[in-house]
Design a protein around this ligand. Sequence first.
Ligand SMILES: NC(=O)c1ccc[n+]([C@@H]2O[C@H](COP(=O)([O-])OP(=O)(O)OC[C@H]3O[C@@H](n4cnc5c(N)ncnc54)[C@H](O)[C@@H]3O)[C@@H](O)[C@H]2O)c1
Length: 438
Amino acid sequence: MPSVADTLREKIRTRRARAGVVGLGYVGLPLAVELGKAGFHATGIDLDTRKVEAINEGRSYIPDVATADVQALHGKGLLDATTDFAVVAELDTINICVPTPLRKTKDPDLSYIVASVEEIAKYFKAGQLIILESTTYPGTTDEVVQPMLEANGLKAGVDFFLGFSPERVDPGNPQFHTGNIPKVVGGVNEASSDAAAALYGLVVKEVVKVSSTRAAELVKLLENTFRAVNIGLANELALMCRDMGINVWEVIDAAKTKPFGFMPFYPGPGLGGHCIPIDPFYLSWKARQFGFESRFIELAGHINGGMPRYVVDRVSEALNSVAKPIKGSKVHLFGMAYKPDVTDYRESPAIDVADLLERRGAIVTYSDHFVPSMPAEHGHKPRTEVPFDAALAGGFDIAVITTNHKTFDYDTLVAKSPLILDTRNALKGRPGAHIFRL
Ligand SMILES: NC(=O)c1ccc[n+]([C@@H]2O[C@H](COP(=O)([O-])OP(=O)(O)OC[C@H]3O[C@@H](n4cnc5c(N)ncnc54)[C@H](O)[C@@H]3O)[C@@H](O)[C@H]2O)c1
């Protein structure tokens, strides 16, 4: 008689395995679509009824996922969604892609993982493969998820299979997407790693196996800590260059012509998004449990976290050059998304810049067609964009380029703005005495 592992692998090989994805956001929807494209019947589970309805109507709500793909897969019966976890009983594989934010105290907030695993555990059965994809600290899969799933008497690695595989999707990246980014997997045992690798092997370009869930969890934290630390270095260099009268962007561009041993990172108004400002603190939190102080992470957090204040100081300096105070001046931000050409404004430094300017009495408005409005949340007030042309027609005292969207008309912006602070080098090479650069 075939083992539980053999049966699952055979179901995966023949695409008879029914795949489930819990959490249909920036990570989960692209994954569900790739599973569908690989020939699996993929079912998404999300608490957000709007997302579930969109999928069941054949619509995408994530810019990197084409509606045509969702429509085609839904039409073929390969993609659907539900809010009801009871469907777990019909699934063979389940990928968990729920948020992992920080608490106000900068401690990991695993409440979404715990809530979704509690629901999965109610309908969970022998022979299934569960893979956590949410970014988290080493130990989450075997210390938190495994005991919850084993509570009903099944044994991980024997009766069911459990692994961790970090998601590396980069929203807005035209070259790399879920399907062509190598996938790292680590299981709680060999059978779990093999089962996870068998599934991803049919869905993504390349699978990289590591020896444990903890190693796989740490891979993701290393990748994002590497970025946070190097962005911190670039920001510190920008502060130094300012005092030395050197153009930091010119220096980085020249340094990156070195064909080996250097990788460019750029300064900016601060970190944003759901990953880089958050993930390193998952690592430093866990390291503290081992009596380890992760000084690079803390230092990078300090420098990067100070950038919105530095931007406000530079706005003040630019206004000062025309004898204007911040108080009462109209400051218009171009860009609210945390990076170019995406709709995501979570943790965006532009929000902090806006709040800090208002605290000093500025009248702040913004343009960003990717972020037409923002509700009141996380202690920030609601905001609605002023469309680009209307903003330039209406006038302001200073423009601050906070996000370098490709779609902004920079010629018009330069021509019609009395003063500009460019925090992103969007105006590279353009002359103008009224242009101030970070
Ligand atoms: N966005 C990225 O670029 C990116 C890249 C790599 C890794 N990650 C990581 O992937 C994870 C998911 O991030 P995201 O950006 O896709 O988040 P997201 O907020 O876009 O999506 C998460 C989804 O989970 C749903 N959800 C929340 N609680 C749930 C529950 N109990 N049951 C079912 N659904 C639930 C939400 O409604 C939402 O649709 C996080 O750990 C994040 O750090 C994100």
